[in-house]
Write a protein that binds this ligand. Structure first.
Ligand code: TXA
Ligand code: MG
Length: 347
């Protein structure tokens, strides 16, 4: 039933998707990072439907997606400060690709997109289906990850259909996402770009291009319900968050999840534990008979770990297990984004 919303992308279905957007409807879209819940970024009512469907706090802004950097540039102002112009020119070398750029707003997107802030997050995704849709639609497409607020992000069309079958017109099936973790977000500043969220573009790649970047530390919300609650849409009167993407609790499965370094079997029944390994473990290193085991990469490739991470957590969350125990890795390359998501899921 929900799966009947999953559509094979063709010229005709992509045109139908563009029409649905123009009519103010929501659709599920594939990108190279995760699936998005998309609406016309210039249509306030349509954008508000995204917040409602996700249960997303109204003070948490959305990313606007564009077909190319020239189109994105029309909606932001990167011209008044030479350093920002320079940073913009370097940032666009990562496009199309998993980088989101926060810059001063200029165009008139629907106010809900920016949650009242004076900046806009823009991104040019690298997925052929999303590219065709953006070209055919011509206006910016607002799209957060297509998960309910604070749940694990979707990396397959069926994840979107299951969560939003009732609220979306369709989900374009672009296959499993290549990266599996969301885009890296940077904010352009008159000094150095700030890293707001680690993601598909590594910190090392950013440093090699910008020379320097500022790492922003995670901030815990003031109270557990202050700005991350999945209970419902927060009043719009709340001040825009400096960087809502840095909120600590996020990506959480229903089942408790902990890092392997914190795991102690104690009195637990191992049959009730789901164990997610990043790399294969020799039998001799596996004295505990876990109820369910999944190896995210047979070759220990962290890109593959990232690609399978969210789907594996979702799968484990469906099991009748009481605990999910997950590996850890270094912060090098894509490892930083993986560990960021693991820390948040474990909070
Ligand atoms: O890979 C991605 O970025 C995916 C795909 C669908 O493009 N999108 C995504 O959107 O991850 P979302 O909404 O799940 O995460 C976007 C993050 C949020 O944490 C939001 O707070 C932050 O970007 N954000 C959006 N606009 C911002 C702004 N103007 N300033 C600071 N942070 C912003
Ligand atoms: Mg998200």
């Amino acid at each position: 039933m929900a799966d009947s919303k999953i559509v094979v992308p063709t010229d005709a279905t992509i045109a139908a998707a563009a029409q649905a957007l123009a009519a103010g409807k929501l659709i599920g879209v594939p990108t190279e990072t995760v699936y998005g819940l998309a609406a016309d970024a210039t249509n306030q009512l349509a954008v508000m439907r995204i917040f409602q469907a996700k249960g997303r706090p109204a003070n948490n802004p959305l990313i606007a997606h564009f077909a190319n950097a020239d189109q994105a540039r029309r909606w932001i102002n990167v011209d008044d400060d030479a350093t920002i112009t320079w940073q913009w020119n370097l940032a666009t070398t990562f496009w199309p690709g998993p980088l989101t750029v926060v810059a001063p707003l200029r165009g008139s997107v629907a106010p809900a997109v920016t949650a009242g802030a004076e900046t806009l997050a823009v991104r040019v995704p690298n997925h052929p289906v999303m590219q065709s849709l953006l070209e055919s639609f011509a206006l910016p497409i607002a799209a957060p990850s297509a998960n309910r607020s604070n749940y694990v992000s979707p990396t397959q069309a069926n994840h979107v259909a299951t969560a939003f079958g009732d609220s979306i017109e369709m989900v374009l099936d672009g296959g499993p996402c290549d990266f599996g973790v969301e885009s890296t977000i940077i904010r352009l500043t008159p000094t150095v770009p700030q890293l707001l969220r680690p993601g598909g573009i590594s910190t090392e790649q950013l440093v090699s291009v910008f020379g320097d970047i500022e790492l922003i530390r995670h901030q815990a919300p003031a109270s557990p319900s202050a700005n991350t609650d999945s209970a419902g849409v927060e009043p719009a009167s709340l001040a825009p968050l400096p960087s809502p993407g840095l909120m600590r609790k996020h990506y959480s499965p229903q089942t408790r999840l902990i890092k392997a370094s914190e795991f102690d079997l104690g009195k637990m029944n191992p049959a009730k534990v789901a164990r997610l390994y990043f790399t294969p473990q020799p039998q001799s290193d596996r004295p505990i008979a876990f109820g369910w085991i999944r190896v995210l990469s047979p070759t220990g490739d962290l890109n593959e770990v990232a690609r399978h991470l969210f789907a594996a957590i979702r799968e484990a969350d469906q099991l009748p297990c009481e605990l999910i125990v997950i590996d850890e890795c270094s912060n090098a390359g894509i490892g930083r984004a993986i560990m960021d998501r693991v820390h948040r899921a474990a909070t």
